[in-house]
Design a binder for this molecule. Sequence first.
Ligand SMILES: NC(=O)c1ccc[n+]([C@@H]2O[C@H](COP(=O)([O-])OP(=O)(O)OC[C@H]3O[C@@H](n4cnc5c(N)ncnc54)[C@H](OP(=O)(O)O)[C@@H]3O)[C@@H](O)[C@H]2O)c1
Length: 310
Amino acid sequence: MFSKKKQVSSIDKDQLELIENAQKRIKQKKRLYIHFVIFLIGAVFLIVANTVLGIGKDFKIAGINWFVYAIFAWLFLFIYHFITVFITHKFMGKDWEKQQLEKLVNQQELRIDKLKQNFVKEETKIAQTQAYTEATDNAISDQKKKTSELTIIVAAGENNAIGKDNDLIWHLSDDLKRFKSLTNGHHIIMGRKTFESFPKPLPNRTHIVITRQRDYKVPSGVIVVNSLDDALDAARLDKQPFIIGGGEIYKQSMSFVDKLEITRVHADFENADTFFPEIDETKWQEISRTAHDADEKHKFAFSFITYVKK
Ligand SMILES: NC(=O)c1ccc[n+]([C@@H]2O[C@H](COP(=O)([O-])OP(=O)(O)OC[C@H]3O[C@@H](n4cnc5c(N)ncnc54)[C@H](OP(=O)(O)O)[C@@H]3O)[C@@H](O)[C@H]2O)c1
């Protein structure tokens, strides 16, 4: 109960092996150094013993004194010792190096696997966020379509003519009055050319002008956008935004508007240069029609016709 716990070394096996090897190495070098010193002293001693003290003075092999052989033999021994320490003997051995390399490779592989897993997680998150954003956007645009009644308002001849030289072809005051009363207080969406056909912006309506020009200048209060989508977005709070022309914008919006307020002018205008798209009776249902005769103020007879999408 009171006995001391055996201390667990915090140094790992590899580190311990490294330290032991380093200690061994220091001892090996120390021994080589001592060997060298002894060799030097020994050589001097052999020379003195033979030449000064006369030990074995007459012993010669092939005319050379014995101590020369003894010194050379010792020198070979010393060289052998030197080779074993510095050339033959490797610090930790090849196997140990291979082992360490494999360990490193394994560690790197583990790290790469982890990074891959994190990457897949991140990708999934991004995909989920994108899907969520798209779903939200779709929901918002569906909502927009449901709560507002996007309406085209146009006056067109029997041959669908609507304009010439960036102007109207007729002057029908009751049609203009109807246009004013229907669009009063609403957003009116138009192409840049139609906007330029007005002498000035119409009162009590929010003008939204579509152009591809990035720096198109307009009087204050007029909204400029660079796409039809942006125009619809700018009018999203209006219960009944109107698309008021001209030919290009009618053509692009015909497929998704909810209602058509047509003034059908009962004449053909062969000299026109701008036309309204054909109304596909299989897709549109006429819900009201009011006829207006020609008179001193109105050169042509016309009818107000309202269509809703079937
Ligand atoms: N009878 C009617 O009820 C009635 C009603 C309105 C107009 N009109 C007549 O129609 C004629 C004008 O019609 P129009 O077809 O020539 O021109 P428009 O539709 O009024 O305007 C065309 C311009 O709108 C911009 N635009 C078109 N689509 C776009 C898009 N997807 N993204 C960005 N900008 C876009 C471009 O402006 P930029 O060139 O600046 O890029 C293009 O040149 C005139 O004669 C006018 O009197 C008749």
